[in-house]
Design a binder for this molecule. Structure first.
Ligand code: PEP
Length: 220
């Protein structure tokens, strides 16, 4: 069971306070070194497909590996919605990162309109078409309507959608979307749910610790 915290563009907690947790943290770039030095399994929030070059504002897998960073989130819906990320660039980023030796959490998920329009399966199939199974690849199913909204997929939606994803690609699937200490148990105990990608609640040490403890209890 994998629990990962996405700090987005927030300063986030003191890494030393998380040192005992079995979890991944994805802090903003300026805090990567602090997290690595505190001994945390540290991921970036994005990674470019070229090893180096004239790509202002981007970061490459070799540069991250040199810092001691172990992996990267790729294709988060906030990047797809606001920064022009496409399925094609998600595929490029993921392949390059895995080839370079990073782990990848690749995010997929449908919007509310797509789900209500009966398009959910087609959207997920399309987003997954650029990805291939790899021992260091994990998918995060993050329905866009549940991210940062306080709306959570029901445990049944989680179970069914993760089951569907696993018919297409045989890798672990995390759930993401307003996971908190109150709903973690119901979500994480579903079959086919291999962990959680946590946004808002990962910024609070107590909440993130509680979610990690729930995961450990379910796993044991
Ligand atoms: C996320 O950013 O990946 C996320 C799931 O956010 P939140 O938990 O705040 O919905």
């Amino acid at each position: 069971m994998t629990i990962a915290g996405n700090w987005k563009m927030f300063f986030g907690p003191e890494p030393m306070e998380l040192a005992d947790l079995d979890a991944i943290v994805a802090p903003p770039y300026t805090r990567l070194v602090d997290c690595v030095e505190a001994g945390l399994t540290t991921y970036a929030q994005n990674v470019h497909w070229e090893p180096q070059g004239a790509y202002t504002g981007e970061i490459s897998a070799p540069l991250l590996l040199a810092l001691g960073v172990r992996g990267s989130i790729v294709g988060h819906s906030e990047r797809r919605q606001s920064f022009g990320e496409t399925d094609e660039t998600v595929g490029l980023r993921t392949r390059a990162a895995l080839d370079a030796g990073l782990h990848v959490i690749a995010c997929i998920g449908e919007t509310r309109e797509e789900r209500e329009g009966g398009e959910m399966e087609n959207v997920l199939r399309r987003q997954l078409s650029v990805l291939e199974p790899h021992p260091n690849l994990v998918i995060a199913y993050e329905p866009v309507w549940a991210i940062g909204t306080g709306l959570t997929a029901t445990p049944e939606i989680c179970r069914d959608t993760h089951g569907f994803i696993k018919t297409i690609i045989d890798v672990p699937v995390l759930y993401g979307g307003s996971v908190n200490p109150g709903n973690a148990e119901a979500l994480l105990s579903q079959p086919c749910v291999d962990g959680a990608l946590v946004g808002g609640a990962s910024l609070d040490v107590e909440s993130f610790t509680a979610i990690c403890q729930t995961a450990a209890r379910i796993h044991s």
